[in-house]
Structure formats: structure tokens, C-alpha cells
Design a protein around this ligand. Structure first.
Ligand SMILES: [Zn+2]
Length: 181
């Protein structure tokens, strides 16, 4: 397995629509494994393919030690609303309160290409919605109010110089943070 470079805000791939996966190949399973490894190295709870520069409709989530591979995920049910402070491995050190559905049901294919459905609330529910957003070129900052988005982008202005060519190389990062973003 390998820790992959993470694309950060400014990299065009983060704003692109992904392409649905027609066949789950061994290469894609390896990609999912590498994405888990990358997510762990970055101390995150979810990672979507565009964040590692890929266009496949694939994301991984790990909440409370349960690993979930999501291929072609779709939200099939939403209920209620919740406000949660979110961050993103592609916008390091920027946070904001996002309002989302309190509970979602998601239909997807697993790493063997078999359909399954999962429900999530709280962190899992938020994480599912955040990662599925990534697969459609959307970022959590897009959900912020105008003023909060401006504040987040101003914070990012101070951060982005750390990431030449909009690439975050985790191997170069000293382990100073211990957050779950
Ligand atoms: Zn994210």
C-alpha cells in the first residue's frame, strides 16, 4: 500500500464531476486500499478519489473502525438537518459549520462490485454526504454562507503557500496535529 499525494483547493480535479465505475478491477481495489492508507496518514475519516487526483466515482470512509468502500454512491434518502463543524483533507486547517441532512441512506457498490445500502447519522452521516459531494466536484466550503465562506477562503489564503502546485505531500508533514478532519 502507498500513501498518495493529496490534491488541495486550487487543483482543478477537485472541481470535476467523476465518472461512474463500470467494472471493479484489482487496480481499483488497490486504489481503495491506498486511499485508506492515505486517509490514516492524514488522520481523516473519509477520502474521495478526486482528492488523490483520480476521476473514478469512488470514496472511502472509516468511522468507529468500520471501513466502507463506496463505489458509485448515491443518497437515496435524507431526513432532518444537523449542523456540524467540518474540515477537509484538501483544505487543511480550515473549518466551518455546515448544515446537512441529519440522517441519510446511501446506496453503493462495495469493493467486490456488490450493491449495498448504508444509513448514517452524526459523524458517519456527515462524512457520507461530504465524500459524495467530492464525487460531484463540491466542497464543504460551498455550503457556507457568503461571509463564512469568505472567512474560510481568507484562512486558506494563509495556508495555501505550503502546498506547491496544490499538492499536499504527507511524507513531508511533521506530525503536529491530531485532528479528525
Ligand atoms: Zn473533503
Amino acid at each position: 500500500m502507498a500513501v498518495l499525494p493529496i490534491h488541495v483547493l486550487g487543483s482543478p480535479v477537485l472541481r470535476e464531476e467523476t465518472v461512474p465505475i463500470t467494472t471493479v478491477t484489482d487496480e481499483l481495489r488497490r486504489l481503495a486500499d491506498d486511499m485508506f492508507e492515505t486517509m490514516h496518514a492524514a488522520k481523516g475519516v473519509g477520502l474521495a478519489a478526486p482528492q488523490v487526483g483520480r476521476r473514478e466515482r469512488l470514496a472511502v470512509v472509516e468511522v468507529e473502525q468500520v471501513r466502507i468502500v463506496l463505489i458509485n454512491p448515491e443518497i437515496v434518502h435524507r431526513e432532518g438537518d444537523i449542523t456540524w463543524e467540518e474540515g477537509c483533507l484538501s483544505i487543511p486547517d480550515v473549518f466551518g459549520d455546515v448544515r446537512r441532512a441529519a440522517k441519510v441512506a446511501v446506496r453503493a457498490l462495495d469493493r467486490d462490485g456488490k450493491p449495498f445500502e448504508i444509513e448514517g447519522t452524526e459523524l458517519l452521516g456527515v462524512c457520507l454526504q461530504h465524500e459524495i459531494d467530492h464525487l460531484h466536484g463540491r466542497l464543504f466550503i460551498d455550503h457556507l454562507s457568503f461571509l463564512k465562506k469568505r472567512k474560510a477562503l481568507a484562512a486558506w489564503d494563509d495556508e495555501k503557500a505550503k502546498y506547491p502546485a496544490f499538492i499536499r505531500d504527507l511524507a513531508l508533514e511533521v506530525d503536529t496535529a491530531d485532528r479528525n478532519d
